[in-house]
Design a protein around this ligand. Structure first.
Ligand code: NAD
Length: 343
């Protein structure tokens, strides 16, 4: 076997092949909003790449898709540097892997009791809202996590996103990045697609792509005409005039604060005291996947306490204090077919 850098040539070839497949799929998905392969196939390539790199760690270079936030930004929009990096999530595909992740978290947190904040993983696209002095100053997509796309004018057309935070201005932070998901409710999706077809345009493959395509418009009037909604699920940079409020000690408490400011929070969030409650949450939404207002592809489990999140930190791509359990793919063939025929 021909080797280079101590690696069999065939291994390098396979690695390069997977990286190319992933890069092309990311471009189609994040920049063109038109995926060319189903998510399950993309996820499989990603997993194969991760397992190849765990066998041959020399392959795990900073350029690998496993080491960076997937995605890029289009030159159609002005670039925006996030005050704090935006991250992806570590995906796992079994409850056993959630337990393994939880064991690592418990090991690294000196046996402290851990509250697990569980949330439905919304199938939309991430949006970073920067509020300065309580006013919406800028909205940007995730991009590569460091730099996103300026979609401020489009985001201003989303009724769910407040232009000015509610509540007592004296209690607002000087600046805060509120991160969340823009999505199109399932109930609005089919009507929207019918309107597309009636207007002689190609319908969207699914609500996620419809949301991404609708937010990433050059003309904000088009975004305004689309049924976009938003739930907050994260926090970036935050700066307070004085000390942070005592209630800003946990992510779930921060959400309560956000709700008082008029920021929409998912009604499906739940703080679990034990891993068996986490499993119940996973089972519940596995059975009720199609009974809620938006599409979901998994359950996100987060360490609730900010101090513990800070101890655990981030890799270059994901927080160590969170994990995304992904449900088994459904209707793979239908989706693939839909993509193939351009629906
Ligand atoms: P991800 O979508 O799996 O996870 C990270 C994202 O989850 C965050 O950026 C956030 O926007 C979102 N999210 C939703 N609900 C959340 C919650 N409650 N809390 C926190 N975050 C929440 O990771 P990714 O790196 O953006 O992309 C990978 C995903 O995109 C995979 O599901 C993959 O299948 C899909 N993808 C598909 C293709 C394709 O060609 N079909 C290409 C690229 C990516």
């Amino acid at each position: 076997d021909e080797t280079s850098g101590g690696l069999p040539g065939s291994v390098r070839t396979r690695w390069a092949e997977l990286v190319n497949l992933i890069d092309d799929a990311q471009f189609a998905y994040y920049v063109r909003d038109q995926p060319t392969v189903p998510d399950s196939e993309y996820d499989r390539w990603f997993r194969d790449l991760e397992s190849l790199e765990s066998t041959y760690p020399a392959l795990r270079t900073p350029e690998s898709p496993t080491q960076r936030v997937g995605g890029t930004y289009s030159t159609d929009f002005a670039p925006v540097r996030h005050l704090q990096q935006m991250y992806s999530l570590q995906d796992v595909f079994s409850v056993g892997e959630v337990d393994e992740w939880a064991s690592r978290v418990m090991r690294d947190s000196d046996g402290a009791h851990i509250d697990w904040l569980t949330e439905v993983k919304i199938d939309g696209l991430a949006l970073n809202l920067l509020y300065v002095g309580g006013k919406l100053a800028r909205a940007s997509t995730r991009g590569d996590g460091i730099t996103g796309e300026d979609v401020t004018l489009n985001a201003r057309t989303i009724a769910a996103i407040p232009q000015v935070l509610g509540g007592d201005p004296a209690h607002h932070p000087v600046t805060i990045e509120i991160r969340g998901e823009v999505f199109i409710p399932v109930a609005d999706f089919s009507a929207m697609n019918e309107a597309q077809v009636a207007a002689g345009k190609a319908p969207f493959a699914n609500p996620r792509n419809a949301a991404a395509g609708s937010l990433r418009q050059k003309d904000p009037r088009v975004s305004a005409s689309r049924p976009l909604n938003f739930y907050a699920h994260g926090i970036g940079d935050v700066e307070w005039a004085g000390a942070a409020p005592a209630a800003f000690d946990r992510q779930s408490h921060a959400y309560s604060l956000f709700a008082r400011w008029g920021i929409p929070i998912s009604p499906h969030n739940r703080v679990c005291q034990s891993l068996s409650q986490v499993r119940e949450m996973i089972e519940f939404y596995g059975e009720h996947r199609h009974d809620i207002e938006h599409e979901l592809d998994g359950i996100v489990v987060k360490v609730d306490e900010f101090a513990l999140q800070a101890t655990l930190g981030f890799t270059s791509r994901v927080p160590r204090w969170a994990v995304a359990y992904k449900y088994p793919p459904e209707e793979v063939n239908t989706r693939l077919l839909a993509i193939e025929i351009g629906v």
